[in-house]
Write a protein that binds this ligand. Sequence first.
Ligand code: ADP
Length: 262
Amino acid sequence: MISQLIADARKIIFKIGSNTLAGSDGKINYFFLDEFAEQTAALMKKGKQIVIVSSGAQIAGLSAMDKWARKKDIHYRQALCAVGQVQLMKAWQQAFDENGFHIAQILLTREDFSDTNRTLNMRNTLFTLVDEGIIPIINENDTVSVEEIKIGDNDTLAANSAILWSADLLILFSDIDGLYDKNPKEFPQAELVEEVRDIDSVRKNITIGAANNFGTGGIATKLDAAQLALSYGIPTILTNGGSPRSVEALAAGAQKGTVFLA
Ligand code: ADP
């Protein structure tokens, strides 16, 4: 099912969560980025169009400014993301450069999606970049997004971007194999739900546990994102980005995940 969805899709959004981008030391995992870029580049060479939604500005910021680690003040958090966003893009740029691709940074806020002029401009820019073989890397613009106006989680940002770009498929890469009946971090016996056709009923039947250290949305926002994408006919896969060569394995049908279908 998963490999078929990937084979059939031409325009795919990859969303990568903070915990997938971070190594066990809480800093940016450069090995992951390099391997992920290499696999993405291979898919593009086979004719796929890829847009990435990448979290991780805060983690990258902490890697560079560890003396700010304990500063919880909102302005320091935003400043940390401003520092980290540069580091994050530098890491992606190096990783894709080695594979012969240019990247482009797109920073968005919730307001951008509710303004017709802005959505039109965003859409045109995305199409132009992708047509030119450049990989857009989207993140929330944390500098301008104070709490009240935040999209708040990149799962929703990825779903909105998928709709904006009319993607064929949305893949959410997290640090778990998919949606479980309960939090697998707390319950090792938790069972993977491999296919979801009715998100409302699944919400009633599973237990949602806490998100991770750096995760902002947790599983609840992944369900919201999948529901939003599905309402526009875009199937969504939730899978583990941290397992070895996850993009390749997924395309080959060798990696599990949860598929959300209409
Ligand atoms: P990301 O950084 O990839 O966006 P999050 O930390 O926001 O990830 O959300 C993923 C986490 O949600 C998992 O690591 C897991 O611990 C937690 N979680 C809670 N309940 C569930 C559940 N029912 N199924 C899967 N994961 C769950």
